[in-house]
Design a binder for this molecule. Structure first.
Ligand code: IMP
Ligand code: MG
Length: 174
């Protein structure tokens, strides 16, 4: 069945909001250095755009966990596919995610990262689907709260497609 993509958030809306979060983070971390941890692949577009708008010193690292196949539902199984290159010791870490859905992935990931001796670990997500939460996760910076729709674009995929859309779209199957 062919799917159709409906715009939920335009490129302009997303860019404007990322600038606001960048300003807020730059303000909150004044005088400090930030270590951004990107959760691949979905968080990559957001992290790059966000990093460009942060005015305090920033270093970057990447990790990859798997919780999704070609399906639209989280399996709850979290596996580290690629771990970080650098130590988190004494760093001001911000985990950058594309979306918090059930919260299973992030809950596991944040617990694991917090055990690695960072000065602090915060969470920044472009999108949040609060209605879908199964595991409680504290989100420090949120781009947009969105309804319970399967979304793509800005790094988010449906079966590895649509990550490159410069806006957030809803996948429709009618
Ligand atoms: P959670 O563990 O259920 O919170 O799932 C988080 C991960 O599932 C995200 O990082 C995404 O990779 C993926 N995911 C959740 N909802 C969506 C969606 O609407 N579109 C695309 N990927 C999603
Ligand atoms: Mg993700």
């Amino acid at each position: 069945m062919a799917e159709r993509i409906e715009v939920l958030l335009t490129e302009e809306e997303v860019d404007k909001r990322i600038q606001e979060i960048g300003d807020q983070i730059s303000n909150d971390y004044a005088g400090k250095q930030i270590h951004l941890v990107c959760v691949l692949k979905g968080g990559s577009f957001f992290m790059c755009e966000l990093a460009k708008r942060i005015t305090v010193p920033v270093s970057l690292d990447f990790m990859s966990v798997s919780s999704y196949g070609g399906d639209t539902k989280s399996s709850g199984v979290v596996r580290i596919v690629k771990d970080l290159d650098e130590s988190l010791k004494d760093k001001h870490v911000i985990v950058v995610e594309d979306i918090v859905d059930s919260g299973r992935t992030l809950s596991y990931l944040l617990d694991m990262l917090r055990s690695r001796g960072a000065a602090d670990v915060r969470l920044c997500t472009l999108l949040d689907k609060p209605d879908r939460r199964v595991v409680d996760v504290k989100v420090d910076y949120t781009g947009f709260e969105i309804p319970d729709e399967f979304v793509v674009g800005y790094g988010l995929d449906y079966d590895q497609k649509y990550r490159n859309l410069p806006y957030i779209g809803m996948v429709k199957f009618d």
